[in-house]
Design a protein around this ligand. Structure first.
Ligand code: IMP
Ligand code: MG
Length: 174
């Protein structure tokens, strides 16, 4: 049964929408012509959707799914690739779109394997960042919000696959 208690809202729908518009404009300014977005499923699906709809001009999309199961055991940064991309990255301006960067291990791994596919440029956009949790120094060019070390849900982010549909970001501290 879902918990009936209302969750504390950390970032409102309005705050998120305003910030996503700004990020979309920043990204478009840096890549005015061709841009290939690679979204990391499932968490990034809402962010991707709002980001692209705030971006005019040519954009292509692809999806990958990873499982950061290694996180629970070691800090090896090993990530299991559940779904690979459909198309090549060769010569493209690629932007990785992620929901949140926590330890940074997932993103570090993704950047490594995608860089090996010879994109023209490779950058990363994350809606949220928890810098106090970082284990590796991973580069993120576009960050929506920097937050404290709290477990958050909503706007694509889940706890046990729930809450992804919230239009805002809420805190789910136990
Ligand atoms: P990292 O490898 O530790 O940076 O883990 C990143 C992944 O962990 C994210 O893509 C999320 O799927 C998940 N994650 C980290 N923090 C949170 C959180 O506060 N809420 C929901 N998922 C989170
Ligand atoms: Mg994720």
């Amino acid at each position: 049964m879902p918990d009936p208690r209302p969750l504390e809202i950390l970032l409102s729908q309005d705050q998120i929408q305003k910030r996503v518009k700004e990020l979309a404009a920043d990204i478009r300014r840096d890549f005015p012509n061709d841009l290939h977005l690679v979204a990391v499923l499932k968490g990034a699906f809402v962010f991707l959707s709002d980001l692209t709809r705030n971006m005019s001009g040519p954009v292509t999309l692809d999806f990958m799914a990873v499982s950061s199961y290694a996180k629970a055991t070691t800090s090896s940064g090993e990530v299991r690739l559940l779904k690979d991309l459909d198309t090549t990255l060769e010569g493209k301006n690629v932007l990785i779109v992620e929901d949140i960067v926590d330890t940074g291990l997932t993103l570090m791994y993704l950047q490594e394997i995608l860089r090996a596919r010879n994109p023209k440029a490779l950058r990363t956009a994350c809606l949220l960042s928890k810098p106090s949790r970082r284990q590796v120094d991973v580069k993120v060019e576009y960050v929506g919000f920097t937050i404290e070390d709290r477990f958050v849900v909503g706007y694509g982010l889940d706890y046990a696959e729930q809450y992804r549909n919230l239009p805002h970001i809420a805190v789910l501290d136990s």
